[in-house]
Design a protein around this ligand. Structure first.
Ligand code: GDP
Length: 295
């Protein structure tokens, strides 16, 4: 079990075990080490506090003090708690059998939303499903162009309307088109801004209400640490989210933002993005991520 911890954490735990019997006193030292590691991983402070309260409750119970290898037991508890908090696992897109399934992707500009549209498309193509992509960011012509290019690269249709000013209408027309053309999935690439603003949220809420997507996914940049938590909170307040896709976890971010975003939204982490290419999307696995967060 020590294998998944970094050398620093390992030696700290070993020095604790060198002190002989584990007591409530030195157990607290062990818990401090874990807490520090989570904070260094960019897990937000309030989430760390809540998480550590659960761990302490379990660790200070009789189970650890009476176990033969208490330090290993402590690490096991932390791991278990992390996996429980990061779960449950649900990589399914919950496709409907009798009509097009509408997936709405939202997130801040630059979070990787449009790239994720391409990645989901590639995943669906591998299952012989051809989605229709809908360019619903009408304010940014570059975003429409980017989605068109992705459609061409992956050989799937892209619904665009340059004369329409209303993204709700464009999304509705896209869904109608998918129904007519027999696409089993529609992916709505909605507008993003560099920061949360009321107009953006109002627009997304209108799409959510009037188009009624089957699944609403928030795309979050995993490199942004604490900011990811704030934006996730705002999107979660405005929309009924069904899942989160966290991108850019191919960098050296330790992924602590995953824990915070999961805690804030309460919805499953569906996928993680691990690169710019369309094949760099993985179903989320809490086990691997728990080790990375707790380095
Ligand atoms: P959008 O504004 O939310 O639609 O963001 P884009 O999809 O345009 O992505 C912004 C930038 O992030 C682009 O340069 C993408 O290539 C890059 N990007 C997206 N996902 C990932 C990822 O998982 N890993 C890395 N390294 N880069 C990514």
């Amino acid at each position: 079990m020590f294998d998944s911890l970094s050398e620093g954490l390992q030696s700290a735990f070993k020095s604790l075990s060198g002190k002989g019997k584990l007591t409530e006193g030195n157990m607290r030292d062990g818990l401090k080490i874990v807490e520090q590691s989570l904070l260094e991983s960019d897990v937000s402070y309030s989430v760390v506090k809540e998480f550590m309260a659960h761990v302490s409750e379990k660790a200070l119970g009789k189970r650890v003090l009476l176990s033969l290898r208490p330090h290993e037991e402590l690490v096991r508890i932390v791991h278990e708690e992390l996996i429980e908090t990061l779960g449950p696992v649900d990589p399914s897109l919950h496709l409907k059998a009798d009509r097009p399934t509408v997936l709405m992707l939202c997130g801040l500009q630059g979070s990787g939303k449009t790239t994720t549209c391409g990645k989901l498309t590639q995943m669906l193509r591998e299952q012989q499903i051809e989605p229709l992509l809908v360019a619903a960011d009408l304010q940014r012509p570059a975003a429409i162009e980017q989605l068109k290019i992705i459609g061409e690269q992956l050989g799937v249709p892209v619904h665009t309307e340059t004369d329409h000013q209303d993204p709700v209408k464009v999304c509705q027309n896209g869904v109608d088109r998918a129904r007519r053309d027999g696409n089993r999935v529609v992916i709505l690439d909605t507008a993003g801004r560099l920061a949360i603003d009321e107009e953006l949220m109002a627009q997304l809420k209108r799409i959510d209400k009037k188009v009624g997507p089957d699944q609403v996914y928030l795309v979050v940049d995993g490199m942004t640490g604490q900011d990811a938590v704030n934006s996730a909170g705002a999107f979660n307040d405005a929309l009924e989210l069904d899942g989160v896709v966290m991108t850019k976890l191919d960098g050296d971010a330790r992924g602590g933002a995953l824990l915070s975003v999961k805690q804030v939204t309460g919805v499953p982490i569906k996928f993680i993005g691990t690169g710019e290419r369309f094949d760099a999307l993985e179903p989320f696995r809490p086990e691997g991520m728990a080790g990375r967060i707790l380095q």
